[in-house]
Design a protein around this ligand. Structure first.
Ligand SMILES: Cc1cc2nc3c(=O)[nH]c(=O)nc-3n(C[C@H](O)[C@H](O)[C@H](O)COP(=O)(O)OP(=O)(O)OC[C@H]3O[C@@H](n4cnc5c(N)ncnc54)[C@H](O)[C@@H]3O)c2cc1C
Length: 538
């Protein structure tokens, strides 16, 4: 059986960082197991390829949740990256770290070493910001973060003015000292191409003799000697293989698959495991619990002035912008879908932003099921605004359906289970209407396409939310870090409570979802976990 110092399961946002950092000093051997294949694909590297990979089974786990009672019994489609780079290879590339208070909350929940001052050095270490480094931004890290302003659609300016008319300040840098305000997003990109965790951390390290990368290798079970993790069983090309870890196994398979693999290996809620015919190695109630995600609502408008629809819809527009991108890596196709947005307080008495905003100068009213046709927007000028509460209080869970590692787990997101979450979604919806009513936007809006003017009362807004709200793909918390072995899965050094030689390091350990997108904090977790592990083995 092949032997390594460390086995990292999952080459996603956090796993790629771990594989790089743990092999950097040349002292340790690392096996990186990734269920998906290579990321050398035009559609992954080209930002607009987001629309292609969104439903592509060759690079995407394409999960669906169970019916969600508070969303009219609808199921929610949950894409997750199944490819080198994981979800960072198929995401919308928005670079957001979260609020200082998010990490102070993590620390206050019993996680020493995870406060803002503790995590900031890891955000900085991972980043090269194209505006240069400063006390809070990084200047020479592997992840390139790019300002989009040069190619932004002029309509973004109308959105920003609308924000100012609503008394929200303009913020040039959501990842600076203050997150609050309206502004434009930065992307994880370099030279017009996606900067996934694989591009940032694996491409420069893949030739290291002490790093072995096995692609299309699905970890099916952890191997234990007593209560110590000693290796991993994995399925590759139809063959079951095993590898041994001399020091540790580190799970970085993401918020769905890390708890799934633990449960498959006999680590999880005792009753669930027994029910599925799995021998309980270690009863851990928290595995798969405490699931949190951001839920958003979109408002679509028909516009009186041209939007990206006018540039992208006609065949000659596609050709012109496509050629421009292929030849120069610049232009509108080098951008992500979300150009502007913000972090605002829906009530002035709040102490920190509770709503994240998105603005896209493009609209799609009739995407056929299973398609996200980013190059074929509506045949009329239109744009979209979206809003999502940043810190939902509802908690879901996920659980294996059977001992079969190929069977997707049952995901119960439990959106809108608390009245607080319903009220915040209501405020988010009303905020969209307030934006639309500002002088800056009302002069260019011809009509509201979705949900439409007939939605007026609170009950109607809430009915619309239940009928249309959807995930923005930020599940976290299913192997929660915290001090209580009865509820939490790892301690603050990311060691699985009650077991040896096993850690989890990905979005599943987030004690609470961060106020914003989750890729940058996942990479931060990978950086910090690497330092913790190297320290513990010094
Ligand atoms: C469509 C979409 C859009 C998004 N947009 C943004 C955005 O604009 N900005 C942002 O910040 N965040 C965004 N996110 C969220 C962000 O990308 C994720 O939160 C982050 O990438 C998760 O990192 P992770 O390391 O926890 O897991 P992942 O990056 O998902 O990595 C997990 C890896 O483990 C592999 N794996 C799983 N199970 C196994 C197994 N059993 N054996 C071997 N390998 C396994 C997977 O294939 C995957 O490569 C988006 C996500 C999606 C899906």
């Amino acid at each position: 059986m092949a032997e390594f110092d460390f086995i990292v399961v999952g080459a996603g946002s956090a796993g790629c960082v771990l594989a790089n950092r743990l092999t950097e000093n040349g002292r340790y051997t690392v096996l990186l197991l990734e269920a998906g294949g290579s990321d050398m694909s035009f559609w992954i590297w080209m930002p607009i390829g987001y629309g292609k990979t969104f439903y592509r089974p060759s690079v995407n786990w394409m999960y669906s949740t169970e019916p969600i009672p508070q969303l009219d019994g609808r199921v929610s489609y949950w894409p997750r990256g199944k490819v080198m780079g994981g979800s960072s290879s198929i995401n919308a590339m928005v670079y957001i770290r979260g609020q200082r208070e998010d990490f102070e909350d993590w620390k206050a929940m019993g996680n020493p070493g995870w406060g803002w001052d503790d995590v900031l050095p890891y955000f900085r270490k991972s980043e090269t910001n194209d505006r240069g480094s400063c006390d809070v931004r990084g200047g020479d890290g592997p992840v390139h973060v790019t300002t989009l302003d040069q190619y932004l659609h002029p309509l973004c300016e109308d959105f920003l003015q609308a924000g100012e008319e609503l008394q929200f300040r303009r913020n040039r840098d959501f990842n600076g000292v203050v997150q609050e305000g309206v502004g434009t997003y930065q992307n994880t990109a370099k030279d017009g191409m996606r900067m996934s965790a694989a591009r940032a951390y694996i491409h420069p390290a893949r030739k290291r003799p002490n790093l072995r990368i096995e692609k299309r290798a699905l970890a099916t079970r952890l191997l234990f000697g007593g209560k110590r993790a000693v290796g991993v069983s994995y399925l590759q090309n139809g063959v079951e293989r095993q590898a041994r870890a001399r020091r540790e196994v580190i799970l970085a398979a993401g918020a769905i698959n890390s708890p799934q693999l633990l449960q498959l290996s006999g680590v999880g809620p005792g009753a669930l495991l027994r029910d599925k015919g799995i021998e309980v190695l270690h009863a851990a109630e928290g595995v798969g619990r405490h699931l949190q995600d951001h839920l958003a609502i979109d408002y679509l408008f028909r516009s009186k002035v041209p939007t990206l629809n006018n540039q992208l819809r006609p065949w000659h527009g596609k050709l012109r912008h496509g050629l421009h991108y292929v030849l120069t890596r610049r232009g509108i196709l080098s951008l992500g879908v979300n150009q502007a947005g913000g972090f605002v307080r829906s009530r002035p008495e709040l102490t920190r932003p509770n709503i994240q905003l998105f603005f896209s100068p493009v609209s799609y009213t009739k995407a056929p099921p299973g398609k996200r046709p980013l190059m074929s927007p509506d045949p009329f000028p239109g744009f979209l605004m979206g809003a999502q509460p940043t810190r939902p209080t509802s908690r879901g869970h996920l659980e294996i359906r059977s001992p079969d590692p190929l069977a997707p787990p049952a995901i119960h997101p439990k959106y809108l289970e608390t009245e607080f979450d319903v009220q915040e979604m209501l405020e988010a919806s009303k905020l969209m209407r307030q934006f639309a009513a500002t002088p800056a936007l009302s002069r260019i809006i011809e009509s509201e396409i979705l949900p439409g003017d007939h939605i007026r009362t609170d009950d109607q807004f809430i009915a619309d939310i239940r009928a249309r709200a959807g995930t923005v793909f930020h599940p976290v918390g299913t192997c929660r870090m915290g001090p209580d072995p009865a509820q939490d899965v790892t301690d603050a050094r990311l060691r699985v409570h009650g077991l040896d030689g096993l850690r989890v390091a990905d979005t599943s350990v987030f004690p609470t979802v961060t106020s914003g997108n989750t890729n940058a904090p996942a990479i931060m977790v990978g950086e910090k976990a690497s330092d913790i592990i190297l320290e513990d083995h010094r």
